[in-house]
Design a protein around this ligand. Sequence first.
Ligand SMILES: CC(=O)SCCNC(=O)CCNC(=O)[C@H](O)C(C)(C)COP(=O)(O)OP(=O)(O)OC[C@H]1O[C@@H](n2cnc3c(N)ncnc32)[C@H](O)[C@@H]1OP(=O)(O)O
Ligand SMILES: CC(C)C(=O)C(=O)O
Length: 516
Amino acid sequence: MTVKDHLIIFDTTLRDGEQSPGASMTRDEKVRIAKALERMRVDVIEAGFPIASPGDFEAVKAVAAAVKESRVCGLARALDKDLDRAGEALKGANAGRIHTFIATSPIHMEKKLRMSPDQVLEQAVYAVKRARRYTDDVEFSPEDAGRSDLDFLCRVLEAVIDAGASTLNIPDTVGYNIPDQFGSLIANLRERIPNSDKAIFSVHCHNDLGLAVANSLAAVRNGARQVECTINGLGERAGNAALEEIVMTVRTRQDLFECETTLDTTQIMNCSRLVSGITGFAVQPNKAVVGANAFAHESGIHQDGVLKNRETYEIMRAQDVGWSENRMVLGKHSGRNAFRARLQELGIELGSEEELNSTFSRFKDLADKKHEIFDEDLQALVTDTTLDAANERVKLISMQVCSETGETPTANLVLSLDGSERSGTATGGGPVDATFKAIETIVQSDTTLKLYSVNAITSGTDAQGEVTVRLEKGGRIVNGQGADTDILIASAKAYINACNKVMHPAERAHPQTSDV
Ligand SMILES: CC(=O)SCCNC(=O)CCNC(=O)[C@H](O)C(C)(C)COP(=O)(O)OP(=O)(O)OC[C@H]1O[C@@H](n2cnc3c(N)ncnc32)[C@H](O)[C@@H]1OP(=O)(O)O
Ligand SMILES: CC(C)C(=O)C(=O)O
């Protein structure tokens, strides 16, 4: 048996994923996702772009402190201030990487950077050397490599290897390439750069033409040994290559790849649900690997085949990506130990005994209202409970909403604001509108509602509704989540959660403009 190479999985959900318009994450949410990625044994976690804002700096710092098994990476332009900030954010990391980049395509150099190719080359080398002051693990990306001149790309990459870059990441920044072309690019670079064996080739593909995964895999078949990807394919514009698709293709088609990953694929569903819940980006039902229909067989001929032999219509096992076989996990007669054990299996860590007790008591309340408690319910419950209580200036105490045919809906809410009880009443176009307006009479967050979405977490009329509310204030975007069997209560919780984030300075979301 031949020993296969290791394919490094570099997850950039917390950096490029966060560049999806609206997918902002707080520091604590980034830490939760990073812990889930670490549990899945992702090799490198790109935690953010430290220069982008004080919040992103703090998030990278917090991830670097919390994660011990995976490498933690911070992005930096080829500028002193970016590199120094990234070095500072990664100080506490067990293993830290600085990822520095500068564009090499004619259009980016001329129109955006307004630099000559020679200046870009010089700046790239300078940046790698400066990054090496902080760590010996430096990754370099020639941004827009997919539209760059091959000879120039070779010159730049050869020079940055000499300057100390150990990973060369080749981005198809605008998703312009097609698989055989991108595969050849990697093969050509490896062949033409004299010192190419001193670095690992990586790829970072965007999905503008729906080819991010195909391009990444073509690159792997041509010698790339790191793939940059995101959970659920989140990312700038049409997104990045989806981690779950890359990992499961390499695993399912072992016959075609000379490398393998060391990921615990059974954690894929947990990560997918966690990212979707936190960002409010629902996963489409027909999404490969993690969509609700990915392992569902609807038509008779397929069902007949699967009953006779699963492999007639399934190329992967659902449980290998974390769809549990026994979907009903707990009920109202379950005890604390079973509850704790199931949370552990789901990769959910509750910090203190107090947190466990309060989540357990919410679980019992839910079990009274809802017969069957599924993994998705537990995940939503934890999202609700782990909202940082110390940072919650606003809390829901009670609410009453009237909605009747022919009448204007009215909502009465009692909230606690900075510890004192306040009530508010409002009417609205619908009961949700009335609820949000009643909250606003008390909180006065001065925000604009950008998105409201409800998703039934599981099937059945007693399912919990998971609500995402996206608010904007002065260019800053925050997402709030709430779950309940009553969708009006879930809506109020989500709105209040978003208000708490807006009102707490430490919970800075991804900025639209620079803070520096
Ligand atoms: C392909 C990618 O995904 S790259 C990552 C993209 N991510 C982000 O942009 C995250 C959020 N961004 C931000 O918060 C801000 O854009 C910041 C903090 C990074 C920079 O903000 P500002 O200093 O206000 O600059 P602004 O964004 O307006 O313009 C970018 C500047 O960086 C320069 N620049 C862009 N890339 C690079 C680079 N790799 N190296 C050096 N300079 C660069 C541009 O030429 C421009 O310079 P100019 O101001 O002299 O014209
Ligand atoms: C920073 C680089 C790798 C990037 O995100 C891109 O080119 O898309």
